[in-house]
Each structure stands twice: as structure tokens, then as C-alpha cells.
Design a protein. Structure first.
Length: 329
């Protein structure tokens, strides 16, 4: 049986848009192929898409959409994020996916950062951003790649830029991910730095290296190991507790009771990647069970479909979830 195919071309032909759409060595086309499970070939401006009928129709619309956006160079990351939005597009009455992502509404959260293109890519990300802005304490729980940490840092930067808080506090439990790293040289900040690198990377992306360095010098950004939070009361701060699945229930309670006036706290973690000793209860799991439903505390539970990294990450998360369920029984 012959595989369905669809041939089309872009008119008028714009070579810059065409090169931007395809990417270096057609890398962007290969990304679209892998995500939509189709085969794309081209000769100049003429494209041929083969695969299941419904998928090739979507692929053709996606190619047209990206072509119209290709006035500036499209990177593989741009293609991946666009495809994530596609997968979270509205379902039409016919059951087909509308390739136009959910458009911004009046309720969309606008964040003041260096990244003009920063916005929620999935419905749960939009919910997460709204909860952070409307709640004093917000939990973001879910697998790697769902944007929990990056969006929390973006909200912290936004709050600082709006002068809603006076400083940003970053903390996490210093628990090694299944490895014994041994003695770490340097002062307290240097010892904790490796554990907080994802938060630093997000800050550099959203504020720029020079601005972050100056904020550290002025103590507008503070790094504190979780163990050093005991006894403090933090007012007018935006606190991010990352990798919270590696806290104990006692540590989590201690952290949550540090919240002072004018302070927001965001707690992020992945309950499938707990590095505590066998038999120890995760403080994140315990808090989710104890605090869910309390007014003023928001919970966003991300799923594998919310992963906005390389498409393989979503497949890996889904495969591990299925493997874990099968192993349990």
C-alpha cells in the first residue's frame, strides 16, 4: 500500500526564509520529522511530506507557519518550542489539533526580564505563573524539563524589577545525586555554587552576567544552603527552594516557617528523583500531602507532556514512568 504524501511549495519564494526554515543541513526539518512522525524531502522550494494522512496535513501547516515566522533565523530550539506549543494547541470539534497555539489572552502573565520571548508554553506553565503571582507560597512539582525552576527564577526577576521585593534568595538542600563528591574547597558560596548552577544559569539568561554580578555584590541576590535558613525570618524577599524532593519533612517545615511579610516562596522538585537515604521520607511529598488545599498555597503538578526540552526528554520521562509502574506491579 502506497504511503500517503503531499507536495507543495512556498510562493513567492524567499531564500532567506527558506534557509531559516530548514536550518543548517536541514536540522529544523529533521526536528519536525521526528516530532510529527513524518518524512520530509525537498528540492529547492518544493517540499514533499509523507506519512499518515492526518500527520502530513499537520506537518504542511506547521511548515507554512514556521515559514511565515522565518524573517529572522529559526534555531532548533525555536522549532522545538513551537512544536511544544503545537502539541498543546486547542482541539477542534473534528478532533484534529489546531496548529495555532493558544493565543495570548488578557490574562496572560507578562514577565519583565531580558528575554522578550519568555511566556508560558503549556497550560500548566500558565497556571504555574498565575499561581506564583497570586499566592505567597507556590509548589511546582514534576519531571525534569517542565520549566519549574526557570519560570520560578523568571518570576523572581520580574518581582525584583517591579520593586515588589528587595532581594532574591536561592536555596536548596546540599544532597549529592547518588554520588559521593567528597570535600569541596573554597568558602561557603563556592561550596554551594555547584548545587545551584541551574539557578545561576537562569539568572544569567534573564538578567545578563554583569547585572547578576552587581546584584550579588549588593546582596540583592543571596545564596544560602537550606541548613543555614534556620532561625531567620525573611521579609520582602523572593525565595526559591530548588530540588525540594531532597528535603526532609523537618527541613521543609523549617523552610516554610521562614516566610516573612512581603515575601513569596516557590518550592520546586521532582518526586521521582529523590536522593535521600533509603527509608527517608521526602519533605516535598510530605508537604504535598499535608498542605494541599490550604488557601494561599498553590500547587502545580506538571506531567510528562509539559516537558519543553528536547523532544526525547519527554519520551524518556514517559518511558521511565511506564517502567516504574510495571515494576511496582
Amino acid at each position: 500500500m502506497k504511503t500517503p504524501s503531499l507536495e507543495f511549495s512556498f510562493t513567492p519564494v524567499n531564500n532567506h526564509r527558506l534557509n531559516s526554515l530548514c536550518g543548517v543541513l536541514d536540522a529544523n526539518l529533521r526536528q519536525i520529522e521526528a516530532t510529527l512522525d513524518v518524512s520530509i524531502s525537498r528540492r529547492g522550494a518544493k517540499f514533499a511530506v509523507a506519512g499518515e494522512r492526518a500527520k502530513i496535513e499537520i506537518a504542511a501547516k506547521v511548515l507554512n507557519k514556521f515559514y511565515s515566522q522565518a524573517s529572522t533565523d529559526l534555531s532548533v530550539e525555536d522549532i522545538q518550542l513551537g512544536l511544544v506549543e503545537l502539541q498543546h494547541g486547542k482541539q477542534s470539534k473534528s478532533g484534529k489539533t489546531d496548529v495555532t497555539p493558544n493565543e495570548s489572552s488578557a490574562e496572560e502573565v507578562i514577565l519583565h526580564t531580558k528575554r522578550a520571548d519568555l511566556r508560558a508554553r503549556t497550560e500548566r506553565q500558565a497556571q504555574y505563573l498565575k499561581q506564583i503571582q497570586s499566592h505567597d507560597i507556590t509548589f511546582g512539582v514534576g519531571p525534569a524539563g517542565t520549566g519549574k525552576t526557570f519560570l520560578a527564577v523568571a518570576c523572581a526577576v520580574d518581582a525584583f524589577e517591579r520593586d515588589l521585593v528587595k532581594r532574591i534568595v536561592l536555596t536548596r538542600p546540599a544532597v549529592e545525586a547518588g554520588e559521593r563528591l567528597g570535600f569541596l574547597p573554597g568558602d561557603l558560596s563556592q561550596k554551594v555554587d555547584p548545587y545551584l548552577r541551574p539557578l545561576y544559569d537562569a539568572l544569567y539568561d534573564l538578567l545578563g552576567f554583569d547585572r547578576v554580578s552587581k546584584m550579588f555584590e549588593r546582596n540583592q541576590i543571596e545564596v544560602a544552603p537550606l541548613a543555614f535558613m534556620r532561625g531567620r525570618t525573611l521579609n520582602h524577599s523572593f525565595i526559591i527552594l530548588d530540588e525540594a524532593q531532597n528535603t526532609t519533612p523537618e527541613q521543609m517545615k523549617m523552610f516554610l516557617t521562614r516566610i516573612g511579610f512581603g515575601t513569596k516562596a516557590v518550592i520546586t522538585g521532582d518526586v521521582t528523583q529523590v536522593d535521600l537515604k533509603a527509608g527517608q521520607v521526602s519533605g516535598l511529598v510530605d508537604a504535598r500531602n499535608a498542605l494541599y488545599g490550604i488557601q494561599g498555597i498553590g500547587f502545580t503538578i506538571f506531567q510528562a507532556v509539559d516537558v519543553v526540552r528536547h523532544p526525547l526528554v519527554q519520551s524518556i520521562v514517559t518511558a521511565y514512568d511506564a517502567h516504574t509502574r510495571a515494576r511496582r506491579g
